[in-house]
Design a protein around this ligand. Structure first.
Ligand SMILES: [Zn+2]
Length: 316
């Protein structure tokens, strides 16, 4: 998900929108309820909730993408940053958890609800680390077709200054922290972050708990990338792994396995329709997600929009 910088009411009333955009906007409207629309969020009311994951490792939940912070003698490493107006509250939460200055920020992908808080950490001296394409997309204006929205380039201090093509590893606070790029899933710059010896994985938005994921086609996301990513996370986890989704509550491997199985099931149904030469609208009418909608279809991404984006990423 991303920060949307236009007034929603204007978009809903926009006469130039196609029917498809109107359908997508109705999905965006659901975001309001989850406080993910930054301009509709009163940051003064946001509280940062701290959930212990392991010794010196915490999940932080405020407004926007979930964060994880590692604290200890080497300083703090923060995964994702939510929004800049929450900086003081995020720092306070890290301090309350026993942490000191943030030395490194790791971004799971470029979307504004995960990188919007980078700038104040960068200005304070944190080194920001992410996949190559996170810097590329944050450096240039982006257009998100799903929301008919332009996103301006980020300020210089918000940009990753250390980037990597496939993976990197931190040896920090006694932990081995693997940051692993997965290709073309939610975007073309996703990474998951594995705290290997603490058995915790932050998936970024390659997983949103108990809801259909957002395949950001404008950032070259795909359902096959989601499945490949999920298989990598499963391969690095066991029954006791704590999985921090990009959005939603802390998950177990069993929760995540169910997500993987849903993706594989939907993909099989979609592929059959694609092979039959069905158009996008015909595929939507065939309801390839029907068996999964009761559980997964009540979140930000409606069954129809999930089907459209998944279809677009599969069609020849
Ligand atoms: Zn996202």
């Amino acid at each position: 998900m991303t920060r949307l910088s236009f007034p929603l009411a204007e978009l809903l009333g926009g006469s130039r929108l196609t029917l498809r955009h109107r359908l997508l906007v109705s999905a965006a409207a659901l975001l309001v309820g989850s406080a993910a629309l930054a301009q509709d969020t009163d940051f003064s009311k946001v509280q940062i909730e701290t959930i212990p994951l392991a010794p010196n490792l915490y999940m932080l939940m405020g407004s926007g993408g979930n964060m994880v912070v590692s604290t200890g003698k080497d300083g703090s490493v923060l995964v994702d940053t939510e929004y800049a107006p929450l900086n003081a509250k995020i720092r306070a939460a890290i301090k309350a958890a026993g942490g000191t200055d943030v030395k490194f920020v790791v971004n799971t992908h470029w979307h504004g609800d995960h990188t919007g808080g980078n700038e104040p950490f960068g200005k304070a001296g944190a080194v920001i680390v992410a996949h190559n394409n996170v810097r590329v997309r944050m450096s240039t204006e982006q257009f998100m077709a799903a929301f008919n929205n332009k996103i301006p380039p980020s300020p210089a201090a918000a940009l990753p200054t250390v980037t990597f093509p496939t993976r990197t590893t931190f040896h920090w606070n006694g932990n081995t922290v693997n940051v692993v790029h997965v290709e073309n899933a939610h975007t073309d710059g996703d990474s998951f972050v594995q705290f290997a010896n603490l058995n915790v994985i932050h998936t970024g938005d390659t997983y949103m708990k108990d809801q259909y994921p957002f395949i950001d086609r404008s950032s070259l996301g795909s359902i096959d990338g989601f499945i490949a990513s999920a298989e990598k996370v499963l391969a690095r986890s066991d029954a006791n792994t704590k999985i921090v989704p990009g959005h939603g509550a802390l998950a177990t491997r069993a929760d995540f396995q169910r997500f993987h199985d849903m993706l594989v099931g939907v993909r099989a149904n979609l592929k059959k329709l694609v092979d039959e030469g069905k158009t996008e609208d015909e595929v939507v009418a065939a309801k390839p997600t029907a068996a999964f909608d009761d559980f997964w279809g009540k979140g930000f991404m409606t069954p129809e929009n999930f089907t459209r984006f998944a279809y677009q990423s599969l069609k020849p």
